[in-house]
Design a binder for this molecule. Structure first.
Ligand SMILES: Cc1cc2nc3c(=O)[nH]c(=O)nc-3n(C[C@H](O)[C@H](O)[C@H](O)COP(=O)(O)OP(=O)(O)OC[C@H]3O[C@@H](n4cnc5c(N)ncnc54)[C@H](O)[C@@H]3O)c2cc1C
Length: 341
C-alpha cells in the first residue's frame, strides 16, 4: 500500500485524515472522488457509540450510528480510500510533508485533516454512566422527540443547565430540574423556570434508578425518596480530542468558556497544511453538521492542492513531495496503483 518500503514503512498520500467518524469519512468520500489518495486513521471510538439509534440525520433517521459509519467506510473504500485502525500518536510538519505516526507505522501526506471528535465527561453520579446514550442523553434534537410528553429530568452540571431545561420544555411540560449541587438558578432563572411550570429539585442526588430490563425509571435522592422520570438530559463537560493539533502548536480560541483549536471558515488551523473539522473544533457539530462540514472542507483542501499542483507544473523544482494523485504533476499514480505498490 502507498510507497511502503521495508526500511521506513512509510505510506505516502495526498491527505491523511485522523478520525473516521461522520466528519472524517464525509471529507474522505469527497476527496477520494476528487481522485486524491486518502488514508483514514481511526481509533474506532465515535462519540455517539453509546446510542443505539441516531436521529435527525436526513435519510438515515433511526439508523444505528455504527451502521452509518460502516456504510460510509465502504463507500470510501469503493473509491480506493485506505484505512488504518488505531490511534495516531504524533504528527510533525516538515519540508517534505506532514508525518503521522500510528501503531508502529508512518504516513506522509501533503495535508492533514484532524477529525478526532470529543470526549464527554459525565457527572459523577452512581448509575448515570451505565445509562449514557439510552436513558441519559444530551441532545434534545437527537432524543427529544422520543421523550415527548414524558417526565424528563435535567441533571445540572452548571448554572447554564437552566437553558437545557427551558429547551426541553419544548418537548414536554413535565420537566424536573435537578440542581445537583452545581446548577443553582439565580432569582431571574428561577422565575423563568417556574413561569414555565418546571419543577426545581434542590435535594442531592444519590443515584440513577433502573428497572429489571435496565430501563431508567427515576432519580433517587439522598435520603431515599425517588423522583420518577422517563429520561435524564445532562450537559457533560466536553473535552476536544485535539492533542495532535496542540502538540503541533495550533492556535486556540475561547468559546463557551472553553479553549478550542481555532479554524477559519474552511477548516484551516494556524499550522500550514493542517485542517480540522467536526466536534474536535465545533461542539455544535451533530452528525448532519459534521457530514456537511467534512464535505465543505474537503473542497477547500482539494482547491489548495490544485493550486500547489499548478505551481509545481510551472516550476518542477517545487514538485509536491508526499502523495501523487492523478491530478498532480508528479506523475500519474492512481489510488489503486498506490495501493498495490
Ligand atoms: C450519546 C450521544 C448520542 C448522540 N446522538 C446523536 C444523534 O442522534 N444525532 C446526531 O446528529 N448527533 C448525535 N450525537 C452527536 C454525534 O455523536 C456527533 O455529532 C458526531 O459523532 C461528531 O462527529 P465527528 O466525526 O466530529 O466525531 P466522532 O464521531 O466522535 O469521530 C471521531 C473519530 O476519531 C477517532 N479518533 C480520535 N482520536 C484519534 C486518534 N488520535 N487517532 C485515530 N483516531 C482517533 C475516534 O476513535 C472516532 O472514531 C450524539 C452524541 C452522543 C454523545
Amino acid at each position: 500500500m502507498g510507497n511502503d518500503t521495508a526500511e521506513t514503512h512509510m505510506t505516502d498520500v495526498d491527505i491523511a485524515i485522523v478520525g473516521g467518524g461522520p466528519a472524517g469519512l464525509s471529507a474522505a468520500l469527497a476527496l477520494v472522488r476528487a481522485r486524491r489518495s486518502v488514508i483514514v486513521i481511526d481509533g474506532g471510538q465515535p462519540r455517539n457509540r453509546f446510542a443505539p439509534h441516531m436521529h435527525g440525520v436526513l435519510g438515515h433517521d433511526g439508523l444505528p450510528p455504527a451502521e452509518l459509519l460502516r456504510l460510509g467506510r465502504a463507500e470510501v473504500e469503493g473509491y480506493g480510500g485506505m484505512f488504518i485502525s488505531g490511534e495516531a500518536t504524533t504528527a510533525s510538519v516538515g519540508r517534505d510533508g506532514i508525518r503521522v505516526a500510528v501503531e508502529g507505522r508512518a504516513v506522509r501526506a501533503r495535508r492533514l485533516l484532524v477529525a478526532t471528535g470529543l470526549r464527554d465527561e459525565l457527572p459523577d453520579i452512581d448509575g448515570l454512566r451505565e445509562q449514557w446514550g439510552r436513558g441519559v442523553v444530551v441532545c434534545p434534537y437527537c432524543d427529544g422527540w422520543e421523550r415527548r410528553n414524558g417526565v424528563i429530568g435535567i441533571v445540572a452540571t452548571s448554572p447554564q443547565s437552566v437553558e437545557q431545561a427551558q429547551l426541553l420544555r419544548q418537548w414536554s411540560d413535565r420537566i424536573v430540574y435537578f440542581v445537583n449541587g452545581v446548577g443553582d438558578p439565580d432569582d431571574e432563572a428561577t422565575r423563568r423556570l417556574l413561569a414555565r411550570g418546571i419543577r426545581i429539585e434542590r435535594r442531592a442526588i444519590a443515584r440513577i434508578r433502573t428497572d429489571r430490563d435496565d430501563r431508567l425509571t427515576g432519580v433517587e435522592l439522598v435520603g431515599g425518596s425517588v423522583v420518577e422520570v422517563g429520561a435524564v438530559f445532562t450537559g457533560p463537560t466536553m473535552h476536544p480530542r485535539d492533542e495532535l493539533l496542540l502538540a503541533l502548536g495550533a492556535a486556540t480560541t475561547e468559546a463557551r468558556g472553553m479553549r478550542w483549536v481555532a479554524v477559519d471558515a474552511d477548516g484551516r488551523t494556524s499550522i500550514p497544511g493542517v485542517w480540522a473539522v467536526g466536534n474536535v473544533v465545533d461542539p455544535r457539530a451533530n452528525v448532519p453538521v459534521s457530514l456537511g462540514a467534512g464535505a465543505l472542507i474537503a473542497g477547500a483542501i482539494n482547491a489548495g492542492l490544485v493550486d500547489e499542483d499548478v505551481a509545481a507544473a510551472l516550476d518542477p523544482a517545487r514538485e509536491p513531495q508526499a502523495g501523487r494523485s492523478p491530478g498532480s504533476s508528479g506523475g500519474s499514480l492512481s489510488v489503486k496503483e498506490a495501493r498495490s505498490n
